[in-house]
Design a protein around this ligand. Structure first.
Ligand SMILES: Cc1cc2nc3c(=O)[nH]c(=O)nc-3n(C[C@H](O)[C@H](O)[C@H](O)COP(=O)(O)OP(=O)(O)OC[C@H]3O[C@@H](n4cnc5c(N)ncnc54)[C@H](O)[C@@H]3O)c2cc1C
Length: 423
């Protein structure tokens, strides 16, 4: 199993009896057809057992990464196992862009969509909202195609599906004309402004991220990404203060990190280089962090932030940084932004699982009044029933999963627990 033995963070081992890297769709269909239990792994960046199986584990990383662009719509159709790092420079070179990116681009397109991975931006849906078509190998090994135009409701259930409907082989993504991004960092934004002017702060750019460590009464840094037409444009003039937070001229506040390069500040660059916050120096090196994230309805954002700020003392020994981002509402049944604009409160933990595990129920109890939805791919302690209550279409998703996979071939312990489990 070598590098596929564990997830990126090394905190979850895969229990698969067999590991496959097929080179053709026909071989992949054969693996699915023969398997009793099968799951796919992308870039292994989830922090929990969402991708695990005791049966056959498959990686699509040896399939052809051909990209087809329909210039009329415009839509790109790609092998589902492609990473954003492989895909985006090619889209950019062809004059196109995606609407948003996660904080790094090493993840696979389908792994990101299956878990409702997101970036930030008041008007920007998560990455799965760019999907307009899927090709899936169903339980009997047949290829099924679903599109947003033709398959309405079923399609809305299939895009964020935690791998529970089948093996996605091809994904179609809606494209935008290529654009550039310029990002700026402001430091030490007083919490009082977050409480009084949260909406204005989050609306200050195409994508805005707040990074508090909760150690002081300010947000340590605010990253504002503005859309610019061309990366060759002269840098936009930007204010030297933002809600009393001074601009960090030409730099960011995190400095150098042992495992990552942060993206450039102050001068415009291509969307796919500057929407992410960083790239890993070595994507195969085991990660030295754990992550959790909770999404609350936008109307609860400020109250939820106040609650977290009140937990400063408990957070101090186990937290490295928090990131607060906004995600626009969508209609994808298992999306963490289903039916409502949300704010994600993300926690980068030190790699001390016993301590984090002890704290998660405390944090979740404080956030409970805001009916939080946990990130599907990160660490949480919520009971399955509580998770299910947060998703109004959960019964429809269960029915869809039965329809696609009557014998439960694509179900694993995680899906059994959070989608079908009762307690
Ligand atoms: C350093 C770091 C930074 C991160 N930043 C962000 C961020 O900015 N925003 C955010 O929302 N999340 C973020 N995450 C979480 C990450 O984006 C998600 O965990 C995402 O799912 C990772 O994609 P992956 O390719 O690693 O998927 P995996 O973890 O490998 O798989 C995820 C799920 O997709 C399923 N799957 C994979 N391929 C297929 C397929 N072909 N068919 C069917 N199912 C499939 C798997 O079975 C599994 O259920 C971050 C994680 C790390 C480690």
């Amino acid at each position: 199993m070598t590098t596929h033995h564990k997830n990126w963070a090394g905190n979850t081992a895969f229990n698969a009896a067999r590991f496959h890297q097929p080179t053709t769709i026909a071989d992949l269909q054969e693996v699915v057809h023969k398997a009793d239990k099968v799951r796919v792994i992308g870039s292994r960046h989830c922090f929990n057992d969402i991708a695990d199986t005791t049966g056959d584990l498959v990686s699509l990383n040896r399939l052809d990464n051909k990209i087809t662009i329909d210039h009329q719509r415009p839509v790109a159709t790609v092998n589902a196992g492609i990473t954003y790092r492989q895909l985006c420079p090619q889209l950019h070179a062809a004059g196109y862009a995606l609407h948003n990116m996660a904080s790094l681009d090493h993840i696979t397109v389908i792994g990101a969509c299956m878990s409702a991975t997101h970036g930030s931006g008041d008007a920007l849906g998560n990455l799965a909202t760019a999907v307009c078509g899927l090709e899936i190998i169903s339980a009997n090994g047949d290829l099924v195609t679903l599109t947003r135009d033709k398959d309405g409701d079923q399609f809305l259930g299939a895009v964020v599906a935690l791998g529970a409907l089948g093996v996605v082989t091809r994904v179609s993504l809606e494209l935008l004309p290529a654009y550039a991004i310029q990002q700026q960092v402001y430091q030490k934004l007083p919490m009082t402004h977050i409480y009084d002017s949260f909406d204005a702060i989050m609306a200050a750019g195409y994508s805005v991220s707040l990074f508090p460590t909760w150690q002081e009464d300010y947000i340590d840094s605010v990253w504002i990404k503005q859309q610019v037409a061309e990366e060759t444009e002269a840098p936009l003039a930007v204010p030297t203060t933002f809600f009393d937070a001074p601009l960090v001229p030409g730099g960011h506040t995190f400095g150098e990190a042992p495992d990552r390069h942060f993206t450039q500040m102050g001068t415009p660059g291509p969307w796919h280089e500057l929407l992410p916050h960083f790239c890993l120096k070595d994507a195969l090196q085991e990660g030295n962090e754990l992550q959790s994230e909770y999404f609350v309805a936008r109307r609860h954002a400020v109250d939820a932030i106040k609650v977290v700020a009140g937990l400063r003392q408990q957070l101090t020994p186990i937290l490295t940084i928090t990131e607060i981002r906004s995600v626009a509402a969508d209609e994808l049944w298992l999306s963490t932004a289903y039916g409502q604009d949300v704010v994600g409160i993300h926690f980068n933990w030190v790699k001390d699982w016993p301590a984090v595990q002890q704290f998660l129920p405390v944090l979740e109890e404080y956030l409970a009044p805001f009916a939080p939805r946990p990130h599907w791919g990160k660490l949480f302690a919520m009971a399955p029933a509580q998770v299910q209550t947060a998703y109004p279409r959960i019964a429809d998703f269960q029915a869809l999963a039965h329809h696609f996979d009557p014998e439960g071939k694509f179900r694993n312990a995680y899906v059994d627990r959070y989608i079908f489990g009762a307690a």
